[in-house]
Design a protein around this ligand. Structure first.
Ligand code: SF4
Length: 278
């Protein structure tokens, strides 16, 4: 730890703040900066348009050192685990092939919308072999409402052909084999490995993870690859897949892009963006 830093000098006492109704008051958990005896807060001027009741206590000091970031990461993980004990992938699927199809369809589309079309898709094409010989226009018709349906249909059929040609119709279990598949990038590959195979090879960085990682002061990187590299050393590997779900759930339920509800956020006392500063 850097000499003279404001990092905690004693183990952080993790205590979950009180639930929603009382969260508009400062959290009851031991604040990161306060636990070090040197609280640094600042007046914030941007409030994301929140009502006073939605605003949080003044923002915590942004973690600078690796030790400070590790402490914030640990608290965030524990608090969000307690807040969202059922956090999971919200794309409906029963196997790796279905999850791969659903994840390809989820680009620029909500999980709820994807879940509306996948039952018909999986019924018509339950395997890679079946999808590989599908007529493109039939697949387009099924996935039309997910947006970019022509490109997505091409990716689905192309992906199925690649699975049949190169992997015996099975979904491979490495990033190196997944990323070359049509419609599959690193984010999708991480989704499949983490959720279908329980393999934590990387961290899924979607728009919510991107936003929260920056707001929590865990990284200043802007691109998903940089954010993933910054997050990986801060969290236990066995929690990487769950971490994405927790951050996504928090982003969808509290830390909204435009108007985060900091006043009822379980990590407001350690968040440098609480109250409106990003
Ligand atoms: S994590 Fe989001 S909702 Fe929570 S205090 Fe920080 S900015 Fe506000």
């Amino acid at each position: 730890m850097a000499k003279g830093s404001n990092a905690p000098r004693q183990p952080l006492r993790v205590k979950k703040p009180a639930k929603a109704a009382s969260r508009s008051a400062p959290a009851t958990g031991e604040p990161l900066a306060r636990s070090a005896g040197k609280v640094k807060t600042r007046n914030t001027t941007k409030t994301f348009g929140q009502k006073p009741s939605q605003r949080a206590a003044p923002a915590a000091k942004s973690p600078k050192t690796r030790a400070e970031k590790l402490t914030v990461a640990q608290v965030v993980l524990e608090r969000l685990k307690a807040e969202y004990p059922d956090a999971h992938c919200e794309l409906d699927h029963t196997n790796a092939f279905e999850l791969l199809c659903a994840t390809i369809l989820s680009a620029q589309c909500t999980d709820a919308r994807v879940n509306m079309v996948t039952p018909q898709l999986f019924k018509a094409y339950p395997t890679a072999e079946a999808l590989s010989v599908a007529r493109l226009e039939d697949v387009e018709e099924i996935v039309r409402t997910t947006g970019f349906f022509r490109a997505k249909a091409r990716s689905l059929v192309g992906m199925a052909n690649a699975l049949v040609d190169r992997h015996g119709g099975e979904v491979p279990r490495t990033i190196a084999e997944l990323v070359p598949l049509p419609g599959v990038g690193r984010k999708t590959a991480n989704v499949i490995l983490g959720n279908a195979f329980a393999i934590n090879e990387g961290i899924v960085v979607d728009t919510h993870v991107q936003r929260l990682a920056r707001r929590l002061g865990l990284t200043r990187e802007a691109d998903p690859i940089g954010i993933e590299k910054a997050l990986m050393p801060l969290f236990p590997r066995e929690d990487w897949a769950l971490l994405s779900h927790l951050l996504i759930w928090h982003g969808r339920r509290t830390c909204f892009a435009r108007k985060p509800e900091c006043g009822r956020c379980v990590v407001q006392d350690i968040c440098p963006s609480a109250g409106g500063v990003e």
